[in-house]
Design a protein around this ligand. Structure first.
Ligand SMILES: [Zn+2]
Length: 171
C-alpha cells in the first residue's frame, strides 16, 4: 500500500480492530481535545491549552489496522472519525463500560478511503505512527491535494447512531 512515512495520504483499505484491550475512548479537554485527568463534566484548567474553564468530556478513540492486498498499517482514530467507525459516541462508549465490545463495530470489510497522517514516533528512529483523520466512501474532490488539513467538515454527523437498540448479551 501503503505509503509509509511522513506526511498526509489517502489509503483505500479495509479496517480491523486487532487490539481489544483498549478502552475506545478517553477523557479529554472540550477545547483542545488533549487528554484530561478530570472527571466527566468537571470544569478544570487545562494544562495544554491553558483554558481555565475547560470541561472534561469523553472522546472516542480507536487503535486499528488498515489493510489492503499488499500490506497494513496501524493507526489511531479519535473524535468524529472514531465515532463514525465505531458507530457510537464517546459518551455512549464510556457509559457502556465492559459491554463496549458487544456494541461497537470492530471491522470494516468493505474498502473505504482513509486520510492518514504519518509522523515519526521520535526524531531518533525511523518508526512512524499514524493518525487516521478522515474516513470516507470516496475521496472528496479537493482543489489542492496536499494542504487540506483545515477542511474540517461536518461529514459524519449524518450517520445513524444505534442508541436505543441494546445488543443482546451473548451466552
Ligand atoms: Zn485544553
Amino acid at each position: 500500500m501503503i505509503l509509509s512515512g511522513h506526511g498526509y495520504f489517502w489509503v483505500h483499505a479495509r479496517a480491523y480492530v486487532r487490539v481489544f484491550k483498549q478502552s475506545f475512548w478517553y477523557m479529554s479537554c472540550n477545547t483542545c481535545k488533549k487528554i484530561s485527568s478530570s472527571d466527566f463534566n468537571e470544569t478544570y484548567e487545562c494544562v495544554f491549552c491553558k483554558f481555565s474553564h475547560a470541561v472534561a468530556v469523553p472522546r472516542a478513540r480507536v487503535y486499528l489496522e488498515l489493510e489492503d492486498s499488499t500490506g497494513s498499517l496501524s493507526g489511531t482514530m479519535i473524535g468524529d472519525t472514531a465515532e463514525k467507525f465505531l458507530q457510537y459516541t464517546g459518551q455512549q462508549i464510556m457509559d457502556s463500560g465492559s459491554q463496549v465490545l458487544e456494541k461497537i463495530r470492530i471491522t470494516l470489510e468493505e474498502e473505504q478511503f482513509f486520510y492518514v497522517k504519518g509522523m515519526k514516533k521520535n526524531v531518533l528512529d525511523n518508526e512512524y505512527k499514524y493518525d487516521i483523520i478522515f474516513l470516507n466512501e470516496s475521496v472528496p474532490s479537493m482543489s489542492t491535494s496536499s494542504t487540506c488539513t483545515s477542511s474540517r467538515t461536518n461529514k459524519g454527523k449524518d450517520i445513524a447512531y444505534t442508541t436505543d437498540t441494546p445488543m443482546p448479551l451473548q451466552g
